[in-house]
Ligand binder design. Structure first.
Ligand code: F6R
Length: 590
């Protein structure tokens, strides 16, 4: 949520800031802004909407500047609420939420200070003006001591040329050397280049950027030595490689990702994790959104294959439900970004209550990975489209693999060599899934859509529903097929599209009864199945057949046509599937 950047170098800062900000748009694109500092004066350009709206920004004078792309929390997505916020001698960009900003703002207003935005962030510039005694870093430290909540901050002072001070608490921030100068950013891709040297700023740390050097400090103390982050500039660079959208490119990567995501638990790097896994008596999983659905799918594998009791929670609920964490609990915190505030908080709470924490992450240098006892990287490569696709499949591959190893250790159910075949089967699912293009006319003008399934198919239905909602904006609901008759059936009318997922032979008859129920109320039924005989069943309007891979692992394949459906419906409705409204890729606020 929100991306911040900073640059000091020999060339004009504004074009570098705009270019780097563009690569952070996955974090929000409600508004954008850049401020540069030249000869003791700020030059400011801001706009509502994405970074492209910063026209003429390249002309801003100055070789030192900060920038921001916003996902609105406090205050409408307007130009006046766009960062940077300037007050007196200070310019500020902020990612996070200042929870006590009401009280701080009131305090400033009592001193006669006027505010020009509705944001929680502007108060930081006001406080800097109050606490500044001639040293920017000291002023920032004093201000941070007054803030409650989360922040990654980059601030400039008109009195201090070619200086940017940084601070971090619970929102990601990196700084280092790139673009021929010093840089900071919310995430690596903004500044990842061949030869760049980047460092993570951790919670409770601050830093001072000068033209040629960055110095890192503890918030209350002296200098800190850091090791540079390991990253591959090739894979960090966000290129579409000829695909019309990142989402399409990322779906095309699913087969490769299914191969790369499976950890080799025999490898010495996973030795400690494997031991903890084998010792675990209970598993708890906490995650949000798509990652939560991966957790739900994994529960089937852990319980059915390895017979280990597995509870799955939405992270934002787990952290406030006073969870019971029995002895011998292993908490699996699943997150693509590793920066989701609720997932981090849930993992931290589980740890405090005695669980060992495993971070299943795509971003290996993330906050979640840093706090976990063990890290399982899913190695899906950078995902740019806001809607998660390949990382869901990658999370499944990693989790299934872990469940299978545990089952082997416990000498429980075998699973054959299905996991090794998944990449090839996913190729076939992608090809078959293109068939959903003929479904689009039935969905494009629908007022609501329902997704149904049973068992693991229900999890795929939930994920398909989330994808459709978030990028097509069609009201949709995912439901366990057997539960329809207890209420939701009342919403089904003539021509309502109902997407049914059916890969479980065991539950096929039951599922067909549910399909009959909706069809009898006039619904049009669209089937995703691995059971060919049902593809042409009476009452099915159109169907897509995906390869069979067994009930437990089936979401890894059945979700593919569902992702494709969401993608094509989104385009048909005139949306940009890569940038759904109101959303951001990385949800670093509660
Ligand atoms: C949906 C989507 C979100 C994320 C959720 C968690 O397509 O991408 O629901 O899955 O915000 O994000 P991570 O996995 O980064 O914790």
């Amino acid at each position: 949520m929100c991306g911040i950047v900073g640059f000091i170098g020999k060339k004009r800062a504004a074009p570098v800031l705009a270019k780097n900000l563009k690569k952070l748009e996955y974090r929000g694109y409600d508004s954008a802004g850049i401020a540069t500092l030249a000869k003791g004066s700020f030059h400011l350009l801001r706009c509502a909407g994405p970074v492209a709206g910063l026209r003429g920004g390249g002309m801003l004078a100055g070789t030192c500047g900060i920038g921001h792309t916003r996902w609105a929390t406090h205050g409408a997505p307007s130009e006046e609420n766009a960062h940077p916020h300037i007050y007196g001698r200070f310019a500020v960009v902020h990612n996070g939420i200042i929870e006590n900003y009401h009280a701080l703002k009131e305090e400033c207003e009592k001193r006669g200070e006027a505010f020009s935005s509705q944001t929680d962030s502007e108060v930081i510039a006001h406080l800097l003006e109050r606490y500044y005694m001639g040293e920017l870093l000291e002023a920032l430290r004093a201000v941070c001591a007054r803030l409650r909540g989360s922040y990654a901050l980059a601030v400039m002072c008109a009195n201090e040329p070619e200086t940017i001070a940084l601070a971090r608490e619970k929102s990601p921030l990196i700084a280092g050397y790139s673009d021929g100068g010093t840089v900071c950013a919310s995430d690596i891709p903004a500044v990842a280049k061949q030869g760049a040297e980047l460092y993570a700023i951790e919670d409770g740390e601050c830093a001072v950027m000068k033209k040629e050097r960055i110095t890192f400090y503890g918030m209350g103390g002296g200098e800190i030595d850091k090791s540079p982050l390991a990253f591959d500039p090739e894979t960090e660079a966000p290129y579409r490689c000829g695909f019309p959208h990142f989402m399409k490119k990322e779906m095309a990567e699913i087969p490769a990702v299914l191969k790369a995501a499976r950890p080799n638990l025999g490898d010495f790097r996973y030795e400690a994790f494997y031991e903890a896994l084998c010792r675990a008596e209970h598993l708890q999983i906490a995650a949000c959104g798509t990652a939560y659905h991966a957790g739900l799918a994994a529960k089937f594998a852990f319980e059915s294959l390895a017979r280990v009791r597995t509870e799955v929670s939405v992270a934002s609920e787990y952290r406030y439900c006073d969870p019971i964490v029995p002895d011998g609990t292993l908490m699996l915190a699943i997150s693509q970004s590793g920066e989701t505030a609720d997932t981090i908080a849930a993992a931290r709470l589980a740890k405090e209550r005695g669980a060992k924490v495993v971070a299943i992450v795509n971003a290996e240098s993330s906050s979640l990975a840093a706090l976990a006892d063990y890290v399982i990287p899913v190695r899906a490569g950078r995902e740019i489209a806001v809607a998660a696709t390949k990382t869901f499949n990658a999370q499944l591959a990693a989790l299934y693999s872990i469940a299978a190893s545990l089952a082997e250790y416990r000498k429980k159910r075998g699973y054959g060599d299905v996991l090794a075949q998944l990449p090839g089967l996913a190729e076939a699912a992608l090809a078959a899934g293109e068939g959903v293009r003929s479904w689009v006319p039935y969905f494009v003008g629908a007022s609501s859509v329902y997704f149904i399934g049973r068992g693991a198919d229900y999890v795929a239905a939930l994920e398909g529903c989330l994808k459709l909602k978030e990028i097509s904006y069609l009201p949709s609901e995912g439901y366990p097929a057997g539960e329809l008759k207890h209420g939701t059936l009342a919403l089904v009318e003539k021509n309502t599209p109902v997407v049914a997922v059916l890969t479980s032979r065991r539950l096929a008859e039951k599922m067909m009864s549910a399909i009959e129920e909706v069809r009898a109320r006039g619904a049009k039924v669209f089937l995703i199945t691995s059971l060919c005989e049902y593809a042409v069943a009476e009452g099915v309007t159109l169907s897509v057949v995906v390869p069979e891979c067994g009930e437990i692992f089936s979401p890894a394949l059945s979700v593919i046509p569902l992702q494709q459906l969401a993608y094509y419906v989104s385009i048909a409705r005139g949306n940009n599937p890569d940038k759904p409204r109101n959303l951001a890729k990385s949800v670093t606020v509660e």
